[in-house]
Design a protein around this ligand. Structure first.
Ligand SMILES: Cc1cc2nc3c(=O)[nH]c(=O)nc-3n(C[C@H](O)[C@H](O)[C@H](O)COP(=O)(O)OP(=O)(O)OC[C@H]3O[C@@H](n4cnc5c(N)ncnc54)[C@H](O)[C@@H]3O)c2cc1C
Length: 368
């Protein structure tokens, strides 16, 4: 049996960032992770630090995302090795006047709701001046200087390695199957037991079941995304975009699909050709470039797409933490949420993210 200040269940990007952020403040932290057998969004994602369209209709989410983007350079500097952060801004390209008008309306609406997060509309000439590789069909774009991208696998590795470097314990291959509460928390993984003063449930799609064990509600569901990766090509894109990003190594990642198909992780020709066609319309130079890898992975989605964070009313010291933008929000998770959990006072900005906002959440709590 091992005793800790904080046990984090789930070693994906959300759990990893919270565990690292807590260990950095001197807490004794255990990060328990089921491993490769689980569905893991952290290993299949696109790598955007994306602010410009996060939180339309939800100013708290817009500000939380923006805050995280501001903290990202500090997070990247605080981790031991490079995570490939490039934060020159991000584009959402429009291929028709209708798309441009609709995007402009959304940017204006978000500006009015949230007091502005810095996104502005650019015409074709302005886009061409910044991204000469765009094709004739691009009529304009939304551009946000806070956007960027990073290598999500390096981020995951550095969070886990950083935790260990700070004296924390990373326990892979541990499936949490029971949690009991008697003022502190006792966590079982088969025959092993871990004891903690506090606990965070950050187990991605596994959270729905575990949350009920400590009086929390995390009504998350899978939402599939497919991604294509090309061979390496000469640098042509310095910025993040919502459908394309060129990695440090030169490969081009493409993808923005959303499919509500349960736990199916198959890649499909129909969706992949749609992703490729949109990318070709934006960047004709990709026409003769070979796709070398494809995959599908499952996002961890709450009913309204915004994060869920709260402390349990019945088991104080137990916290939920989940979102579908674990790269973007790594900055706030590590540098604001983790300190708040240790203090026992969550940051003011997260008060809007309790599960009480979901009708389904109430049913979930009653089901356990
Ligand atoms: C296709 C796709 C594209 C994406 N693109 C982006 C993007 O560009 N930018 C961005 O910010 N986000 C993106 N995301 C989302 C991002 O990947 C997720 O927000 C993030 O990975 C969620 O992290 P998580 O830690 O909550 O979940 P996961 O990464 O799924 O990790 C959960 C962990 O919990 C563990 N676990 C589960 N059950 C148990 C248990 N009982 N005991 C112990 N451990 C358990 C699993 O082993 C797993 O490692 C994308 C996701 C997908 C699928």
């Amino acid at each position: 049996m091992r005793a800790y200040d904080l046990i984090v269940v789930g070693g994906g990007l959300v759990g990893g960032a919270i565990a690292w952020g807590a260990a950095r403040l001197g807490a004794a932290v255990a990060l328990l992770d089921e491993g490769d057998v689980a569905f893991r969004a952290a290993r299949g994602n696109f790598g955007l630090v994306w602010v410009q369209s996060k939180g339309a209709g939800n100013p708290a989410y817009a500000h939380w995302s923006r805050r995280s983007a501001e903290l990202w350079p500090g997070l990247a500097a605080g981790l031991g090795g490079s995570v490939g952060l490039r934060q020159n801004g991000g584009f959402m390209f429009c291929l028709s006047e209708e798309e441009l008008a609709a995007r402009g309306e959304m940017v204006a609406r978000m500006h009015n709701e949230s007091g502005g997060i810095g996104t502005r509309m650019l015409d074709r000439a302005e886009v061409r001046a910044m991204v000469p590789a765009v094709g004739e069909r691009v009529v304009g774009a939304a551009y946000c200087p806070a956007d960027g991208h990073a290598n999500p696998l390096l981020l995951l590795r550095e969070l886990q390695a950083g935790l260990v470097g700070l004296g924390g314990d990373y326990w892979p291959g541990r499936t949490v199957d029971g949690i009991s509460y008697d003022g502190g928390f006792s966590v079982s993984c088969g025959a092993e037991r871990f004891v903690g003063k506090k606990i965070v449930i950050a187990a991605g799609l596994g959270s729905r079941r575990l949350a009920g064990l400590v009086g929390l509600s995390m009504p998350v569901s899978p939402l599939k995304g497919q991604i294509l990766v090309t061979e390496r090509v000469r640098p042509f894109l310095d910025y993040a975009t919502h459908i394309t990003r060129q990695t440090e190594e030169g490969g081009v990642m493409m993808g923005d699909s959303l499919e509500d198909v349960g736990f199916d992780v198959s890649s499909t020709h129909k969706v992949m050709s749609g992703i490729a066609a949109r990318n070709l319309a934006v960047f004709p130079l990709l026409r003769d470039v070979n796709v070398v890898r494809t995959w599908a992975a499952l996002r961890v989605m709450s009913p309204d797409g915004a994060p869920i964070y709260e402390e349990s009313a019945t088991c104080p010291g137990a916290y939920s933490a989940t979102c579908h933008s674990g790269v973007t929000l790594a900055g706030v998770h590590a540098l604001e949420l983790a300190p708040g959990i240790l203090r026992g006072v969550l940051p003011a900005g997260v008060a809007a993210f309790g599960s009480g906002r979901f009708a389904e959440g109430v049913r979930d709590v009653q089901a356990f």
